[in-house]
Design a protein. Structure first.
Length: 124
């Protein structure tokens, strides 16, 4: 009877851990947003590093200023503040940036309401 109790406890623990880590296990193709300074930029490899995260620049990546006006790829520079929306791929792959907004400065919590692209989006 005691042996059964231990096994039942372990099974419950494993189920709990799997449920708690569901976000990490099923994190493929999830929306990702961040704000930070561009640390590295390699346009020849279409790579951008912000907050120590590597982002891939794809054919569908759009670059805009803080008012939403389109910018050329040259609008991205190292040490520039950006807000990035992207999609997480498989583990080990860079996040694919879908939208990049070039900012004048870091946008604090109290200022986010001034930037429509920073508003929360309902997940499907």
């Amino acid at each position: 009877m005691k042996q059964f109790q231990v096994s039942k406890t372990w099974i419950s623990l494993v189920i709990f851990v799997l449920m708690a880590s569901g976000g990490a296990i099923g994190s493929e193709n999830k929306r990702f947003v961040t704000q930070g300074k561009v640390m590295e930029l390699d346009l020849s490899r279409n790579i951008l590093i912000v907050n120590e995260q590597t982002f891939a620049l794809g054919q569908n990546t759009t670059i805009r200023d803080s008012k939403g006006s389109p910018l050329a790829m040259e609008g991205l520079k190292v040490k520039t503040w950006v807000y990035i929306e992207g999609v997480k791929g498989e583990r080990g792959q860079p996040i694919v940036a879908t939208k990049i907004y070039v900012l004048q400065k870091q946008i604090g919590r109290q200022e986010k309401h001034l930037y429509p692209f920073m508003q929360p989006v309902a997940e499907d």
